[in-house]
Design a protein around this ligand. Structure first.
Ligand code: PA5
Length: 469
């Protein structure tokens, strides 16, 4: 049987579809190939030299064994709760939405004996209180996976401390190690220190892999494995895409073509990248992509230290839902966007649309047809409408949504990000602006370590009444 594939389709950015003003000519594409080809080779060499560590994640057999071992130990719990934020949460959410049924948490049958999954990536007191009220008498059947490379991220640390207190009060300190799995830095950091002291089961956030590139490490794999997702297939898909995105011929390399087209449009005023899946299952992949793209490519300086203030703005949308919310703007507003539509050829299941009432014969056209046909027609229809307004559209097609294709997609967009970073001439792997916000939060919460920073921020805490209406 043919392995399901993810493919990039780019005809709808070409001048034959959009005209010369908004489309890419063959000559321009050849120029893009010339510019991008050396970066493919450079990336391959950096990767061989061990400098692009996320590229090796599909082959980490030891990690996979450790993940499976811990997943086997905790899988009889009723609730599995991830505490993490940013790169320590978005991948977990995306995998769960893509690869488990919509009613997973509510329907025991659809869950097939796996625990419910909750991912807490915020510190909203009302959300947390509601969860704590619910989970309070189920703690012995609940396992918490705290994920933080540093252990000092205020959001994750405060959730973690709250849960530890609750576990201690209700079950006793000696039960902490049964109910907590830590995923953190192998050697250093606050969470490593705590993990070692309390003897938590633990997994590693691999060295040299930033949060937003870490979903195929233990960070994303444990919750996936616990929830019954085939992580071997996920990694096999990523490994297959690794081969494609290493191809040095631009025209055969989907990451290179994707990155180059994105860069081309950014440099011509289309600086907003909309990702619009036509599949609910793929919805949270756009959230994951949004972080990947924004944190990696939004930079003040190029690699030589020159100020450039660069970075496409990623926007998530969902087909068909956002056709009734965004498409008016997308078609008639400024032509400053590149659209990446995600389409599924074969849905995992299908439903036939019900009968039209006799008094509404105008609805009969829908009756008896499949929802898959309706959703895919919405995709093609919207793409047609966007093209009619000269808006460039890429499509990523999934033969079907399964661990193999999700692994491919993740790896394709990670490699795209690396190549785009090279085209923009920036460091795609740091996030200095995120770090300042983290320090500032700790400063405002009273950390002595950041007292100087706190003095600078204090004036911002109170609103200036002159400007409040
Ligand atoms: O991509 C990143 O590096 C960030 O989004 C981090 O994942 C996020 O800030 C969480 O950091 P940590 O894992 O240290 O708690």
């Amino acid at each position: 049987m043919k392995t399901p594939q993810v493919k990039l389709y780019y005809k709808n950015v070409m001048d034959e579809m959009l005209g010369k003003e908004h489309g890419i000519t063959k000559e321009q594409l050849n120029e893009l190939a010339k510019k991008t080809n050396p970066f493919i080779e450079q990336l391959n060499s950096q990767r061989k030299a061990g400098k692009i560590r996320y590229r090796d994640l599909p082959y980490q057999t030891e990690t996979v064994e450790s993940v499976k071992k811990i997943a086997g130990e905790v899988k009889d719990c009723e609730n599995f709760v991830v505490l993490g934020i940013g790169g320590s949460a978005l991948g977990n959410i995306a995998l769960q939405t893509a690869l488990n049924p919509y009613m997973y948490n509510l329907d025991d049958k659809q869950r097939k004996g796996c625990p419910r999954l909750f991912v807490f990536d915020n510190v909203d007191p009302t959300q947390i209180k509601s969860f704590l009220d619910w989970v309070g008498d189920k703690l012995d059947k609940t396992v918490f996976n705290v994920i933080s490379k540093s252990g000092r991220t205020a959001e994750t640390a405060s959730q973690f401390m709250t849960i530890c207190d609750m576990l201690e009060q209700k079950l006793g300190e000696n039960r902490l190690k049964d109910q907590i799995v830590a995923t953190t830095d192998p050697k250093a950091g606050t969470l490593r220190k705590i993990t070692d002291k309390f003897g938590f089961r633990n997994l590693e956030v691999p060295d040299g892999v930033g949060g937003r590139f870490s979903v195929l490490s233990a960070v994303g794999l444990l919750s996936a494995a616990v929830c019954g997702i085939d992580i071997d297939e996920l990694l096999a898909g990523a490994a297959e895409m690794d081969k494609k995105v290493s191809i040095t011929d631009f025209y055969q390399n989907p990451a290179a073509v994707n990155a180059a087209i994105n860069w081309h449009y950014y440099t011509r005023g289309k600086n907003i990248s909309v990702m619009m899946p036509y599949s609910y299952e793929l919805k949270d992949l756009s959230d994951w992509y949004r972080q990947l793209w924004a944190e990696s490519l939004g930079k003040t300086k190029d690699i030589n230290g020159n100020e450039i203030f660069v970075g496409p703005t990623p926007v998530k949308a969902l087909g068909a839902t956002d056709q009734h919310s965004q498409v008016q703007l997308y078609r008639e507003g400024p032509n400053n966007k590149l659209f990446t539509l995600l389409a599924v050829e074969e849905f995992g299941s299908d439903v036939v649309i019900g009968n039209a009432p006799d008094i509404a014969p105008e609805l009969a056209v829908l009756s008896g047809q499949k929802f898959s046909k309706l959703l895919n027609s919405e995709k093609v229809g919207t793409e047609y409408a966007l093209l009619a307004s000269k808006r460039p559209c890429l499509t990523v097609t999934f033969d079907k949504v399964c661990p193999h294709t999700i692994g491919q997609f993740i790896y394709l967009f990670e490699a795209t990000t690396s190549i785009a970073g090279m085209l923009f001439n920036i460091n795609a792997y740091d996030q200095p602006a995120v770090e300042l916000g983290k320090d500032a939060t700790l400063a405002l919460m009273g950390s002595k370590e950041y007292s100087d920073l706190a003095k600078k921020i204090k004036p911002f805490e109170k609103m200036d009444s002159r400007f409040v209406i």
